[in-house]
Ligand binder design. Structure first.
Ligand SMILES: Nc1ncnc2c1ncn2[C@@H]1O[C@H](COP(=O)(O)OP(=O)(O)OP(=O)(O)O)[C@@H](O)[C@H]1O
Ligand SMILES: [Mg+2]
Ligand SMILES: [Zn+2]
Length: 297
């Protein structure tokens, strides 16, 4: 883009149009204010952009002096696009399929408690989580959050994904939050003749989510009959396998230990996950118990 300047001294507006007329008695004070104000004289600047061709713009001398006047039409288009992106990002954050208490939540809603050692460890985890979200991309690590009930695994997973949307948003971004049992349930629903989805398209769509949380793996997510339970795990494994091919990370929470989880998932999915995974054992007291009010009457 070329920027050419033209001698604007002849085109400058007459001074009386730029400067306010003096009011009797206040002239001196106004003079001193005006003398400290930056110059608002404008000059005409030419730009030549590949898209909009040659254009002329009236800009202040200060702007012209930067020597970097861009095509304003490009700038307007860029601003409109940014505004549209902000809008889409806002609606994605507001519509995320995550528990309502976590919609739009951020790390400021995470309370750090416990003894010094626990606090230091949690601070390290939160630092990692922020860094992970800020740098989220294809090929990024999977995350496995393990630990007892109420320790904030689901909350932490949701905070990370909210932060990914805030920091890494682009117009085609899609985010999914699914309890593991819900995935099995929704796959079974595709078997119904009236369903517009097939199991394969459902799995493909879910697998392609930019960010995916699979919550509560092992929690009522497999059928009681062994044959069906194997089928259920196969489907979960298929999603992990597909995301592995697409180099898309998965964030998983479970009450199982790491070993139990990998045994549950089987070698195929576990190997793929473990190729690049950050394991976060949430071994601190349950937040529900710490803050709960239990009364026995
Ligand atoms: N560090 C924390 N700061 C503030 N709130 C928290 C924290 N940890 C957990 N909570 C809150 O405690 C409740 C339980 O957290 P959460 O559901 O994330 O636990 P969980 O580990 O997923 O439990 P479960 O294994 O039963 O699913 C939620 O209401 C959550 O917002
Ligand atoms: Mg949970
Ligand atoms: Zn332009």
């Amino acid at each position: 883009m070329n920027t050419a300047y033209e001698n604007a001294s002849l085109r400058r507006p007459r001074p009386e149009l730029l400067e306010p007329t003096h009011t009797a008695g206040r002239g001196n004070a106004l003079d001193s204010v005006m003398s400290r104000m930056p110059s608002f004289n404008t000059v005409s600047v030419a730009t030549d952009c590949a898209k909009h061709g040659k254009q002329r713009w009236q800009v202040t001398e200060a702007v012209a002096n930067t020597g970097n006047v861009q095509c304003q039409k490009c700038q307007w288009e860029h601003d409109a696009q940014q505004e549209q992106l902000q809008y889409l990002k806002g609606s994605l954050l507001a519509s995320l399929d995550i528990p309502s208490e976590h919609i739009n939540a951020d790390f400021s809603q995470w309370t750090v408690g416990g003894d010094d050692q626990t606090r230091a460890r949690i601070a390290k985890i939160i630092n990692f989580a922020k860094h992970y979200a800020a740098n989220y991309r294809k090929g990024h690590a999977n995350i496995l959050l393990t630990g007892n009930t109420g320790t904030g695994k689901t909350k932490l997973a949701c905070l990370i994904v909210n932060e990914i949307v805030r920091q890494r948003y682009y117009a085609q971004m899609t985010v999914a939050f699914k309890r593991s049992g819900q995935i099995q349930h929704e796959i079974k629903a595709t078997w119904d003749k009236t369903s517009s989805d097939s199991a394969a398209t459902y799995i493909e769509r879910l697998s392609r989510s930019t960010a995916l949380i699979i919550d509560e793996v092992g929690e009522g997510d497999t059928s009681a009959v062994d044959k069906w339970a194997d089928k259920d795990r196969e489907q979960l494994s298929a999603i992990i396998d597909r995301r592995y091919q697409l180099r898309l990370p998965t964030i998983i929470t479970t009450n199982m230990t790491e070993k139990e989880f990998y045994d549950h998932m089987g070698d195929r999915a576990s190997d793929r996950l473990r190729q690049n995974i950050v394991q976060i054992p949430c071994v601190w007291p349950s937040y529900r118990v710490l803050t709960g009010r239990v009364r026995t009457l």
